[in-house]
Design a binder for this molecule. Sequence first.
Ligand code: NAG
Ligand code: NAG
Length: 255
Amino acid sequence: MIEDLVCCLVVLFVSVRTVRSQDFVSCFPGAPGCFVLDRVGLASYDPKGPFTCSQRSGACMTTQCVEEGPYYKTNAPIQMIGEGRNGFTPQICPNSVSNDRLIMNGTVRVVDANNPCGRPTRAMLDVWHADPEGNYTDIRPSAGDYKCRTRLITGDSGFYTYSTTMPGRYASPALGPGFRAVHVHVKVTPLDSNNKPIGRTLTLQQYFALDMYMGKNDVCTECRSDDPTLITHLQHSYDIKTFDGVHDILLAAIF
Ligand SMILES: *[C@@H]1O[C@H](CO)[C@@H](O)[C@H](O)[C@H]1NC(C)=O
Ligand SMILES: *[C@@H]1O[C@H](CO)[C@@H](O)[C@H](O)[C@H]1NC(C)=O
């Protein structure tokens, strides 16, 4: 009897592990287990009411919005984080031992009448950023290259995490002389349990404290790189070449 129980528990454990490793492989185009189809149907959400970002809500501020810029590309591969606290960390840019790594996590929350500082919500995070040289991959839909671009879908806890290479600093001659603050672009969409959007998409950029090109030094004057709701204080918990930090995202009430 006890042996049977042990046997079954082992089988259960093994099968859970197997499902995880299939669902959670690093997702580069062509990688096994990588969803390249757009399953999420973002176009189906019909916005109601005015859109607000960076509003006071009780003791909290909702997260600031920032323009998406010229390098967004739709239909990036999807990685399911699920309840990602179990150790799976999706990869955005392929890891490279010669470059600094960036490991981020946080929780997506949404304001409602009873929760001015938000309650966790399932969400999709469409993440893209420059590679360590400061370059983005080709944005034309005909170019199949989705390096350094992915969509993450959280579980109901709203917990997200990703690992990537630290984005390179780059100039933006179209905007003028100088550099952009180092940043990661994210579009955040709250989802229901069927991964259907239940609110508007917040477009933002994640910035990092101590970047000398933030705020008034940012060649992009519209990019709000001095907004505290967008800035993470990174640390080195594991290694001097690995930056890690927490950025929680608070969406304004959506209905
Ligand atoms: C990255 O961009 C720079 C100029 O912005 C260019 O010289 C370089 O070739 C690019 N690197 C790659 C790998 O495309
Ligand atoms: C989130 O990131 C922080 C900072 O790197 C780390 O201390 C914490 O363990 C991470 N949390 C999870 C659940 O991974």
